[in-house]
Design a protein around this ligand. Structure first.
Ligand code: MN
Length: 418
C-alpha cells in the first residue's frame, strides 16, 4: 500500500484512495472531477495494453485554498497575504548535498501520462515544472503543458515569457519536475520579475532544498526528467485549458528527454485541466503580483479575487478602501499590469463581498453609470486562451468597471439598509 512521504502528510485527512483499476485514457477525469478539489490517490492506473503504471498517481496536491493554507500553517483567509509576503521577500534556496534519486530507463510511455478529454491531441503532462538556469537571471521555474510525441520526446507549449527568453539566450538543457509540495507548486505559477527565482519565493513560503542532477537544478520533485530542446518544432494541441475550451494547434518546441529520475516511493502528479487545482494554481497564484502592483500605485487594496466564472483567469474583483476618486482607475490599470491575461476588472468598496457574485452584481446595479464608470481599453495584449480574442497575436480589448460609491458626499444613499 502506497504511503506518501512525511512532507505530504497534509493530504492524509482528506485523501480519497482509489484501489480499483482506472484507465489513463479519460477515466481518471471523472474521479478527479468528482473529488471536487480533495486530494485523490490512484493506486492502479492502467496504461496502454493493460500495463499497470509503476507509479501511483495523485491529483489535487493543491486542490483548494484550505489545503495549501494547511500545508503552509496559515488560515485560508491569511493565504493571499502570505503569498504576497513571499513574493516580496524571496530567500535564496540552497542546493541539497545529497539525494535519493534513482534512474529509470527512458520510456515515457511507461509514465502515467493521461488523456483527459475527448478531442485532445494525446497524452499530456499537466503538472510539469520546467527548471532552466541562466548565468545572469538565475533559476526559472514555470509550468508548461507537454504533449507526448514519442517514447523520448514531448512538445511543450511555451509562451513568450521567461523560459522563452532563457531559450533565446542559449539555454538548451532543462529539468522537468513532476510531483511537488504546495510551496513549489504555487511559486512556480507566480510571475515575479525575470531575475527573481520562483524557487526563492517557494523557499520563503517554506524552506526547500534544490536538487542538482546532471548539471541542472530542480525542486525536490517526485519525478525529474532531464531534457534538451532539440530546435525542432511540432504541432501542439488541441488541449482543453483553464477556460474549459479547446486551445488551438500551434507549432511549439520539442524537448528530447535524456534521463528519467525518481525518488524512492515516488508518485506522479496529474492536474486535471479546467478543474479546481488547475484554476487554483493558475489563477490564485497571480494574486500576489496583482496585489503588489496595486500597492505600488498607492491603492489601499483589501482583497483580490479571480472569479471562477472567469475561469479564475480572465476576470478579477478588487476590494479597495477608496481614499481618492482616482483610486478605481488606478486599481484597474495596475491589475492589468499585475496579470497580463486579465480581461475584466471590477473595483468595489469594502462593504461588498467579492466572493459572492450577487453582492458584486448589486454594487454594479446600484453604483455604476455605464457611460461614466465603464472603461474600455482597445488593442491590448491578453490571454491566448480566450476564444473571443485573437489567439495567435493575443490582441484583445479589455474593460474595467468602477463599481465603487461615486459620490463621497452621498455615501448614505448607497449603503444597503439592514
Ligand atoms: Mn520567472
Amino acid at each position: 500500500m502506497f504511503k506518501p512521504r512525511e512532507e505530504y502528510s497534509y493530504l492524509m485527512d482528506d485523501l480519497i484512495t482509489i484501489e480499483k483499476p482506472v484507465s489513463y485514457n479519460q477515466e481518471v477525469t471523472k474521479y478527479i472531477r468528482k473529488a471536487n478539489g480533495k486530494p485523490i490517490l490512484f493506486n492502479n492506473v492502467i496504461l496502454e495494453n493493460g500495463v499497470k503504471s509503476m507509479f501511483p498517481v495523485i491529483s489535487n496536491l493543491a486542490g483548494s485554498r484550505e489545503l495549501v493554507a494547511k500545508y503552509l500553517g496559515v488560515k485560508p483567509e491569511q493565504l493571499s497575504r502570505k503569498l504576497l509576503w513571499a513574493y516580496q521577500n524571496p530567500k535564496r534556496a540552497d542546493i541539497s548535498s545529497n539525494n535519493d534519486y534513482k534512474e529509470l530507463e527512458i520510456d515515457l510511455n511507461k509514465l502515467p501520462i493521461m488523456i483527459h478529454y475527448p478531442g485532445e491531441a494525446g497524452r499530456y503532462i499537466t503538472s510539469g515544472i520546467v527548471f532552466a538556469y541562466d548565468e545572469e537571471y538565475g533559476l526559472n521555474a514555470s509550468y508548461h503543458r507537454m504533449l507526448l510525441i514519442s517514447n523520448n520526446k514531448v512538445v511543450a507549449r511555451i509562451l513568450p515569457r521567461h523560459l522563452h527568453t532563457y531559450i533565446s539566450r542559449g539555454v538548451k538543457k532543462i529539468a522537468i519536475g513532476i510531483g511537488n509540495t504546495p510551496e513549489v507548486l504555487v511559486a512556480s505559477a507566480m510571475t515575479p520579475p525575470i531575475d527573481v527565482s520562483e524557487m526563492d519565493i517557494a523557499n520563503a513560503l517554506k524552506p526547500i532544498k534544490l536538487i542538482e542532477l546532471d548539471g541542472v537544478y530542480s525542486a525536490p520533485s517526485e519525478i525529474i526528467l532531464i531534457g534538451e530542446f532539440t530546435g525542432e518544432r511540432h504541432p501542439e494541441g488541441p488541449f482543453v485549458d483553464v477556460t474549459g475550451t479547446y486551445d488551438i494547434i500551434r507549432d511549439e518546441p520539442v524537448i528530447k528527454i535524456t534521463k528519467i529520475y525518481h525518488r524512492e516511493n515516488a508518485f506522479y502528479h496529474d492536474i486535471l485541466p479546467a478543474d479546481k487545482e488547475h484554476k487554483l494554481l493558475m489563477g490564485y497564484s497571480k494574486t500576489p503580483s496583482i496585489l503588489n502592483e496595486l500597492m505600488k500605485v498607492g491603492v489601499d487594496v483589501k482583497d483580490v479575487y479571480l472569479t471562477p466564472g472567469g475561469s479564475s483567469w480572465l476576470h478579477c474583483i478588487i476590494k479597495i478602501r477608496k481614499n481618492d476618486s482616482d483610486d478605481p482607475i488606478k486599481a484597474i490599470n495596475a491589475a492589468f499590469k499585475g496579470h497580463k491575461s486579465l480581461k475584466m476588472v471590477i473595483v468595489v468598496d469594502e462593504d461588498i463581498d467579492i466572493y459572492d457574485w450577487e453582492s458584486v452584481e448589486w454594487a454594479i446595479a446600484t453604483r455604476v453609470q455605464p457611460d461614466r464608470d465603464v472603461y474600455i481599453f482597445k488593442n491590448m495584449k491578453g490571454s491566448s486562451l480566450d476564444p473571443s480574442a485573437d489567439q495567435i497575436t493575443r490582441k484583445t480589448s479589455k474593460w474595467g468597471i468602477d463599481a465603487t460609491i461615486p459620490d463621497p458626499n452621498r455615501i448614505r444613499d448607497f449603503l444597503r439598509v439592514v
